[in-house]
Ligand binder design. Structure first.
Ligand code: ZN
Length: 184
């Protein structure tokens, strides 16, 4: 039995718990509702806070749970393999030192030490952090590309190409919406 504590912000003060079937798993998701401070502040999107620390297996979450963890934009990229428009991502020009982690599950994916300006409009790195990034063949849209996903939650990050700088000559072309940044 795996327990997942999820805090949902809604405009009612109700505490409850419910069990959500997820595939063959008997996973029990404890959902706690409380007054929405976000709603009080008139924030119209992403009213939900999820305690990701308590999730043991990110590969078996329901679409409904992912929608509680991610904003709609993040969901479309990470879970539906979307691509953000070039030069619109918040990390494209980020030059601070730190670690880029998965927006879905907080796994460390890329270091600022390997970030470079590719001119493409997307955050670009010439290397990944160990085996935390998985590479998969992607033949969609009539192209043969290598998709990169988070090895922990399998969320879509972007693609890797072989036209990057030394020493790897790789270019990991990543959506900002797939990432969060921990400054160091
Ligand atoms: Zn992840």
């Amino acid at each position: 039995m795996k327990n997942i504590a999820i805090l949902i912000c809604i405009p009612f003060f109700i505490q409850c718990s419910q069990t959500i079937a997820s595939g063959s798993s008997d996973k029990k998701e404890v959902v706690t509702n409380s007054i929405s401070k976000a709603r009080e502040n008139n924030e119209s999107h992403h009213l939900t806070l999820v305690q990701k620390d308590s999730i043991k297996d990110f590969t078996n979450l329901s679409e409904a749970t992912w929608r509680k963890i991610l904003t709609e934009e993040e969901f479309q990229i990470l879970r539906k393999k979307g691509t953000e428009r070039a030069f619109t991502g918040k990390f494209n020009d980020n030059k601070k030192e730190g670690i880029y982690v998965c927006k879905g599950c907080d796994t460390k994916l890329f270091s600022s030490n390997t970030k470079f300006d590719s001119g493409t409009g997307w955050p670009s790195f010439y290397d990944k952090i160990e085996s935390n990034v998985e590479e998969k063949q992607d033949n969609s849209y009539g192209m043969q590309r290598i998709e990169v996903v988070c090895n922990t939650c399998k969320g879509h990050l972007g693609h890797v190409f072989n036209d990057g700088p030394k020493p790897t000559e790789l270019r990991y072309c990543i959506n900002s919406l797939s990432l969060d940044f921990k400054e160091q």
